[in-house]
Design a protein around this ligand. Structure first.
Ligand code: FES
Length: 282
C-alpha cells in the first residue's frame, strides 16, 4: 500500500469533475491502457475564453485519480494561457506531495491538459496525443522531448527518477543508457553511472559480491519497486548469482523476463559479462 497523504486520499475517494463534457471545446488524452494508466480530459470555455467546465475520465491508480481531480479544480476559471503554465510540480504541490514512484501520474495530468489545449487551438476536434521528438522508450512510447521536459521541470538527475516521472526505462530497460545520455547532456555531467561503477579488471570474491549488492541496490531494486516488487540477493557461486523476488515480483508471470532482461543484463553491464542469474527455487 502506498503511503498517501490525507489530501491525496480525499481526492481519490471523493474525486471532483469526473466524466466527459458533451461537445467539448478541447479534448486531450494521455497514457494508454497497455501502459497501465490513461487519462481523457475535456473542457468547455465561457464567452470570455476562460475554462468554464472541465471533466476527466481515467483508468489509473489512486494518484492518477487524485492528480486529475485536483488539476481540474486548479484550471477552472483560467484562460488557456494561464492553464498552460500549470506544471506537474504545481499539481503535486497542490496535493501536498505524492510518492516519488507515482510522479508520473502528475505528469500525465499535465500532459492531458496541454494536449486538450493544443486540440482546441488546432481546432481538430479530435483528441490529440502529441508525439513530438524521437521515441526513446518504446515500451512506454516516451520521446526524448518528454524526458527532457521532466528532467528540467522537476530538477531530477537519475534514470530511476525519470522512470518515476514518465515511466521511460521502466520496462525492458534497454533505453536506460539513452536516458542517461539525455540526463548527462542536460545536467552537463559526465557518464555518472559508468563513472561510479567503474570496477577493477580483476575482482576479488568479496569485491564481486559487494559490486553485485550495489548494482542490485542502485540499478535493479528501484526499478522493481516502481511496480510494487523487490529482490534479495541469496547467494553467489562463481559466476552464478541466485536471487529471490519479493512482493509483486514474486507472483509476476513475466519474472523470467525480468531475471534475464533486467537483473542479469544489469549485472553483466556493471559487474561481469559471464554472470548468470537464477531465481531461488523454494
Ligand atoms: S524501451 Fe524503455 S523500458 Fe523498454
Amino acid at each position: 500500500m502506498w503511503d498517501y497523504n490525507p489530501k491525496v486520499m480525499e481526492y481519490f475517494l471523493y474525486p471532483k469533475n469526473v466524466g466527459e463534457i458533451e461537445n467539448p471545446d478541447g479534448v486531450g488524452e494521455e497514457g494508454s491502457l497497455a501502459c497501465g494508466d490513461m487519462l481523457k480530459l475535456t473542457f468547455k470555455l465561457d464567452k470570455d475564453g476562460r475554462i468554464a467546465d472541465v471533466k476527466f475520465k481515467t483508468f489509473g491508480c489512486a494518484s492518477a485519480i487524485a492528480s486529475s481531480s485536483v488539476m481540474t479544480e486548479m484550471v477552472k476559471g483560467l484562460t488557456l494561457d494561464e492553464a498552460e503554465k500549470i506544471t506537474n510540480k504545481d499539481i503535486v504541490d497542490k496535493l501536498g506531495g505524492l510518492p516519488e514512484q507515482k510522479m508520473h501520474c502528475s505528469v500525465m495530468g499535465m500532459e492531458a491538459l496541454h494536449a486538450a489545449i493544443a486540440n482546441y487551438r488546432t481546432g481538430k476536434g479530435k483528441p490529440t496525443k502529441k508525439a513530438e521528438g524521437k521515441i526513446v522508450c518504446t515500451c512506454f512510447g516516451v520521446t526524448d522531448k518528454e524526458i527532457e521536459k521532466v528532467i528540467i521541470e522537476n530538477d531530477i538527475d537519475t534514470v530511476e527518477q525519470v522512470t518515476n516521472y514518465c515511466k521511460a526505462g521502466g520496462g525492458c530497460g534497454s533505453c536506460r543508457g539513452e536516458i542517461q545520455q539525455i540526463i548527462d547532456r542536460i545536467c552537463g555531467k559526465k557518464d555518472k553511472v559508468t563513472e561510479t561503477h567503474t570496477h577493477p579488471k580483476k575482482l576479488t570474491n568479496l569485491q564481486k559480491i559487494q559490486l553485485i549488492q550495489r548494482t542490485i541496490a542502485e540499478q535493479v531494486r528501484p526499478l522493481l519497486k516502481t511496480h510494487g516488487g523487490d529482490i534479495d540477493l541469496i547467494d553467489v557461486e562463481g559466476s552464478k548469482v541466485i536471487v529471490a523476488f519479493r512482493g509483486m515480483c514474486s507472483q509476476c508471470p513475466t519474472a523470467e523476463f525480468t531475471i534475464k532482461d533486467v537483473v542479469e543484463a544489469r549485472l553483466r553491464e556493471f559487474v561481469s559479462e559471464d554472470i548468470i542469474v537464477e531465481e531461488q527455487i523454494v
